[in-house]
Design a protein around this ligand. Structure first.
Ligand code: PMP
Ligand code: GLU
Length: 394
């Protein structure tokens, strides 16, 4: 059948493809170590499951779930408490994952040809979502030498004629978090322009070392009127399968998002929202999140150190999220596992096929010199996978 031009030019998500392939191999009995998945290996905390089951049992099974307003209020309270951001519950929209929130925003904000500034390396789905909305991605390159961070001048130099900027700190795929001072400099540059900012803060709770998280919109009182904050439960609460995210922003944007969603998906799963309400209101949450964060921090440092010890691998220590993004380009041109390695796609393919280690190639994130490894897996798996990679690339 002839598909639309719109969808014909969209490749599958590389992160989802690798994650699914690794899960498939595992379930068919292959001993694969997966560094592919961008999802916590922890289970969803029990108190969240309990609240959900209770809602389901008590008949919270209709459109516009019983907890809808309470959840929006809880998110507004969370923004005040954690992020120093004042916002009304009616400025919040609960979506089917943060991915859906960003997709909705692209559809609501962009007209054909509108330019969106995207720092690179970037999360694979941003350029595709921009393209699907008819927009155009303008890459702001950041290299390993600049710590994978853009400078405020890159915003100044590229803002003319651009409509929006997508920020993602902590960053997928680099594992890099901007300091509050660096973000304040970026905010200053943004305020010299007319740019709207989509601040993807999904990794907010996963911050390491002495790095501190700040919400972009909280950096200046003029920012909330031009910033949409995106966040969700997938990463902070180990709830990837629940598909729950949200956005908070100016009333006109929220109104547009609501109108679109009313024709598109209506609302996220009713009873799952009762679980989200528990996640944002139950006092147990803080301690549980902190336990997961501490564990990720240990694993991330260990993984970065072990990767850095492999010849020809350069790895920046992660300051956030659960990814490292080592430069492996010194191996390009070599033959590994019987294959001549010309770039990150080849390396990821050989790692999976000849060493049973799933990693995501850097190319779909905009940086072919690198590969992405997720450390959202156990220390034993990390050591096992890195032994295999060290042998492959040694
Ligand atoms: N933003 C970034 C940077 C991500 O890595 C992800 C991956 N899950 C998302 C948004 C979407 O998350 P979800 O849809 O699971 O909330
Ligand atoms: N965001 C995660 C990742 O990058 C999960 C997969 C996805 O949503 O793309 O691996």
């Amino acid at each position: 059948m002839k598909l639309s031009q719109r969808i014909s030019s969209v490749p599958p998500s590389a992160t989802i493809a690798i994650t699914m392939r690794a899960k498939e191999l595992l379930s068919s009995g292959v001993d694969v170590v997966s560094f592919g998945a961008g999802e916590p290996d922890f289970d969803t905390p029990q108190f969240i499951k309990d609240a959900t089951v209770k809602a389901l049992q008590s008949g919270d099974t209709k459109y516009g779930p019983k907890s809808a307003m309470a959840l929006k209020e809880a998110i507004a309270a969370k923004l005040q408490r954690d992020n120093n951001l004042s916002c009304q519950a009616n400025q919040v929209v609960v979506t089917i994952g943060a991915k859906h929130a960003i997709e909705l925003l692209c559809q609501v904000l962009l007209d054909p040809g509108d330019k969106v500034l995207v720092p690179s390396p970037y999360w694979v789905s941003y350029p595709e979502m921009i393209k699907l909305a008819g927009g155009e991605t303008v890459i702001l390159p950041a290299t390993r030498d600049s710590g994978f961070k853009i400078t405020p001048d890159q915003i100044r130099d590229n803002s003319e004629g651009a409509k929006a900027l997508i920020l993602n700190s902590p960053c997928n795929p680099t594992g890099v978090t901007y300091t509050p001072e660096e973000l304040a400099e970026i905010a200053r540059a943004v305020l010299e322009t007319d740019l709207i900012v989509i601040s993807d803060e999904i990794y907010e709770k996963l911050i390491y070392g002495d790095t501190r998280f700040v919400s972009f919109a909280a950096l200046d009182p003029r920012l909330p009127e031009r910033t949409i904050t995106v966040n969700g439960l997938s990463k902070s609460f180990a709830m990837t399968g629940w598909r729950l995210g949200w956005l908070a922003g100016p009333a006109d944007v929220v109104d547009g998002v609501r109108r679109l969603m009313s024709h598109q998906t209506t609302n996220p799963v009713s009873f799952a929202q009762a679980g989200a309400l528990a996640a944002y209101t139950d006092p147990q949450a803080g301690e549980i999140i902190e336990q997961m964060r501490l564990e990720f921090e240990k694993r991330g440092l260990h993984m970065a150190q072990r990767l850095g010890a492999i010849d020809g691998v350069e790895c920046v220590e992660p300051t956030g999220a659960f990814y490292v993004f080592p430069d492996v380009s010194a191996h390009y041109g070599r033959t590994l596992g019987g294959v001549e390695i010309t770039g990150s796609m080849d390396l990821a393919k050989v790692a999976l096929e000849s060493s049973n280690v799933a990693v995501v190639p850097g190319a779909p994130f905009g940086e072919d010199k690198c590969i992405r490894l997720s450390f959202a897996t156990s220390m034993d798996q990390i050591d096992k996978g890195l032994d295999r990679l060290a042998e492959l690339m040694g």
